[in-house]
Design a protein around this ligand. Structure first.
Ligand code: HXC
Ligand code: NAP
Length: 290
C-alpha cells in the first residue's frame, strides 16, 4: 500500500523522467500559491526542472524557505519564498510586487493554496464554511486579479487553478470544499471568456486522491486500503508528479486550445469511487483508531 500521509520535509522526485524538452519553460517565471508543500511544491519542482524560475507563496515563511532551498538545490533554478495569506488582498499585492521586483514578469500563475477537512454539513459552523470558501475561492480570485493587474493584462500568460473532483458528484462530508472548488471552476470559465483576447488562458487541473499529501491524509488517507485502490480504474493512487506533469502540459504551447475547462487527473477514480455515508463513516471510524 502507498504511504498516504504528507512528509514533514518536502522531498523532490527521485529519478524524474522527462517527457517534454528540458528547456520547455526556459527563463519563464511561475508564481505558485501553496508552493511550499504538497502538490504545489511538486508543481514548482517540475516547472523548475524545465527551466522556469518560481515564487512560492503561503503563510508559513519558515516552511517556504526550507522548501525553496530544497527546490533550488535539486533544479538549479531560482525559487523565491514569499509570505502571504491568499485571503488578504494587500498581502497578495505585496507578494506579487516582490515577484515583479525580483523577476520583472509572471508568465504562469498556479493557484494551489487551499484548506480542507472532513466534516458533515450539519457540523460546519458558519465560520468553517466561510473559511474554506475564503481560502479556496476568494484566494484564487485575489491572486488571479493581482497577477492580471500587475502583469498578465498587458503580456498574457497562463493561469492554472488546482481544483478537485469533490464537486462533480457532491462528495460526502465535503460540502464546504466542493462549493469552493465549483466556484473556482466557474470563475475559470468566465475569465477565460473575458481574457482570451489578451492572450491569457485559464485551466483547472482536478486531482483525485494523491498519496503523500496533506489533503489526502486529512480526508482519511491513512485508513485507505488496497480494496479501495482496486476500485480506481488505473489501479493506483495518484502521485504528486502526475499532477505536476498535467500542469506542465496545460501551460505548454502544446495546449494552446485549452482554456476555460478542467482536466481531471485522477485515474478515473471519480467514476467508480463509492460516495455514501456508510463508506465515509467507516473511514472516519478506522482513521480515529490509527
Ligand atoms: C470542522 C473545523 C475544522 C474541522 C477547523 N474548523 N477545522 N470545523 N471540522 N476539522 C473550523 C474552526 O472551528 C473555525 O470555525 C473555522 O473552521 C476556521 O478555523 P481556523 O483554525 O481558525 O482557520 P485557519 O487558521 O484559517 O485555518 C484554516 C484551516 C486549516 C482550513 C481550518 O486546517 C488550514 O490552514 N489548512 C491548510 C492546509 C490544508 O487544509 N491542506 C489540505 C488542502 S487539501 P469557528 O466557528 O470555530 O470559528 C484539499 C483536498 C481536496 O483541499 C480533496 C482530496 C481528495
Ligand atoms: P497542502 O500541502 O496542505 O497544500 C495546501 C497549501 O496551501 C499549503 O502549502 C498551505 O501553506 C497553503 N495555504 C493554506 N491556506 C493558505 C492561505 N490562507 N494563504 C496562503 N496559502 C495557504 O495540501 P495538498 O494536498 O498538496 O493540496 C494542494 C492542492 O491540491 C489544493 O488546492 C487541494 O485542494 C488540491 N487537491 C489535493 C488532493 C489530494 O489528494 N491531496 C486532491 C484534490 C485536490 P501554509 O500553511 O504555509 O499557508
Amino acid at each position: 500500500m502507498s504511504r498516504a500521509t504528507a512528509p514533514s520535509k518536502e522531498n523532490c522526485i527521485d529519478g524524474y523522467k522527462y517527457v517534454f524538452n528540458k528547456d520547455l519553460l526556459k527563463d519563464k517565471v511561475a508564481f505558485v500559491t501553496g508552493g511550499g508543500t504538497g502538490i504545489g511544491f511538486t508543481i514548482a519542482e517540475v516547472l523548475m526542472r524545465h527551466g522556469c524560475d518560481t515564487v512560492i507563496a503561503s503563510r508559513r515563511l519558515d516552511k517556504l524557505q526550507e522548501s525553496a532551498a530544497t527546490l533550488e538545490a535539486a533544479t538549479g533554478r531560482k525559487c523565491i519564498p514569499v509570505q502571504m495569506d491568499v485571503r488578504d488582498p494587500k498581502k497578495v499585492q505585496q507578494a506579487v510586487g516582490e515577484a515583479m521586483r525580483r523577476f520583472g514578469k509572471i508568465n504562469f500563475l498556479i493557484n494551489s493554496a487551499a484548506g480542507n477537512f472532513l466534516c458533515p454539513a450539519e457540523g460546519l459552523s458558519f465560520n468553517a464554511f466561510k473559511t474554506v470558501m475564503d481560502i479556496d475561492a476568494m484566494g484564487t480570485f485575489n491572486a488571479t486579479k493581482v497577477v492580471f493587474d500587475e502583469y498578465m493584462k498587458n503580456h498574457g500568460g497562463v493561469i492554472i487553478n488546482v481544483t478537485a473532483t469533490l464537486q462533480v458528484r457532491g462528495q460526502v462530508y465535503q460540502c464546504h470544499a466542493g462549493c469552493a472548488k465549483a466556484a473556482i471552476e466557474t470563475m475559470t470559465k468566465h475569465l477565460a471568456v473575458e481574457w482570451g483576447e489578451k492572450g491569457i488562458r485559464l485551466m483547472c487541473v482536478a486531482p483525485g486522491p494523491i498519496a503523500d499529501t496533506e489533503g489526502f491524509s486529512r480526508l482519511g488517507g491513512k485508513a485507505i486500503r488496497d480494496d479501495y485502490i482496486k476500485t480506481i480504474p488505473v489501479q493506483r493512487l495518484g502521485k504528486r508528479e502526475d499532477i505536476a506533469n498535467t500542469v506542465l502540459y496545460c501551460i505548454s504551447d502544446a495546449a494552446q486550445l485549452l482554456t476555460g475547462t478542467t482536466v481531471i487527473a485522477d485515474g478515473g477514480a471519480w467514476l467508480t469511487s463509492e460516495n455514501n455515508l456508510g463508506r465515509i463513516r467507516r473511514i472516519v471510524e478506522m482513521y480515529s483508531k490509527l
